[in-house]
Write a protein that binds this ligand. Structure first.
Ligand SMILES: [Cu+2]
Length: 363
């Protein structure tokens, strides 16, 4: 807490709790709900979150026929992840795509719980020790059982009470370290099971029994660095397309690609946030979190809520400076439609957190 306060000294945080409703005919003010730090939730609020997610598994999706309100998000993420033509990952659309994803998830939480003010909490993984009150027996559960496929056997989402949704790939290979960014590959045998949620804490291929590894990792990447970036992104704006043009059997091309990624990460807030902060958290938790079907782990939503919060903080300083134009990227630039969603959602529809999601972050 101390460290965070210190870093935020002098920053202007959102203070207004009321905003005019831009699109409304009646001019009513809209009350912004507040997304709070998960470690500050009361026992009953934690239980309400658990109950709501379980309720979503039992309720048909509002977004897609034939699936439940929770599993829709697993499937949508898998679809976005598998398509290199999606702008959900490894490109400028990463933050807009996931802001829309979280807004939809929260909308479903509210519908299922009947609580119109319910919000996703965020997990501030840059605050040392924050994992300790989340990955507990009375909340998200802990590490998987190494003697049994790394199945999670503790907490409210343990094997037997929390079903895996959607199709998933049994060979996790997400976030390979082929881009010179010091972020570890996920290595080892299969860590997924249709029996239930898996987690396999690891760092640099070494399996651990604690998420303390996250504290050590984040020491190298303090919060202030995100806010210092003047520009949202830097080319290549669609890394998967650029990467597909690299011949990885040619050492010279590999070296050039790694240099390009290192150089562009040094000037792109989005690449820094996605690749150096977001990806490793997925990888260090492992199991489902290390794959495209990561929304199977409820930790996904707390994690991404924090990613979105960091983007919001950055926007308070820099607006949308450096977001690619349509000319710079037809796939992720201004005017581009976010992939996978049935409705036409444009990247810029998500830029204003309050107008788009109807929320603010605690702070
Ligand atoms: Cu994602």
């Amino acid at each position: 807490m101390q460290r965070r306060r210190f870093l935020f000294t002098g920053l202007t945080l959102a203070t207004a709790s009321l905003v005019g409703c831009g699109g409304g005919d009646d001019g009513d003010a809209v009350v912004l709900a507040t997304r709070r730090d998960v470690t500050g939730l009361s026992a009953s609020e934690r239980q309400a979150f658990i109950d709501t997610l379980h309720g979503m598994k039992q309720t048909p999706s509002a977004y897609r026929a034939g699936t439940n309100a929770y599993d829709y998000f697993v499937s949508a993420h898998v679809e976005a992840f598998e398509s290199h033509m999606s702008n959900a990952h490894r490109g400028a659309g990463f933050l807009p795509w996931h802001r829309e994803f979280l807004m939809r998830f929260e909308r479903e939480m509210r519908r299922v719980s009947g609580d119109p003010g319910m919000c996703l909490p965020y997990w501030d993984w840059q605050r040392p020790g924050s994992y300790q009150s989340i990955f507990t027996d009375d909340f998200l559960g802990g590490n998987g059982d190494p003697s049994d496929l790394y199945l999670v056997k503790t907490g409210a989402f343990r094997e037997g009470v929390w079903a895996m949704g959607g199709d998933f790939d049994d060979t996790p290979d997400e976030f390979p370290d082929t881009d010179g960014d010091d972020v570890p590959d996920i290595v080892g045998p299969d860590r997924l099971s249709h029996r239930g949620l898996t987690r396999c804490y690891n760092f640099l291929g070494q399996y651990r029994d604690s998420l303390e590894i996250i504290d050590h990792y984040m020491d190298r990447y303090p919060l202030g660095r995100v806010l210092n970036y003047p520009n949202y992104d830097a080319g290549p704006f669609d890394e998967m397309i650029a990467r597909s043009e690299v011949d990885f059997s040619d050492p010279a091309q590999v070296a050039a690609w790694q240099q390009l990624m290192a150089d562009s990460t040094s000037i792109s807030m989005r690449k820094y946030l996605e690749v150096r902060l977001h990806n490793p958290v997925h990888g260090m938790i492992g199991g489902q979190m290390g794959t495209g079907s990561s929304p199977n782990d409820p930790a996904f939503f707390l994690h991404h809520c924090n990613v979105d919060r960091l983007w919001d903080l950055w926007q308070q300083h820099h607006g949308n400076a450096g977001y690619p134009t349509a000319q710079q990227s037809h796939m992720s630039g201004l005017g581009a439609r976010l992939g996978v969603y049935a409705e036409a959602v444009r990247v810029e529809d998500t830029f204003d957190l309050a107008a788009h999601s109807g929320v603010r972050y605690e702070g």
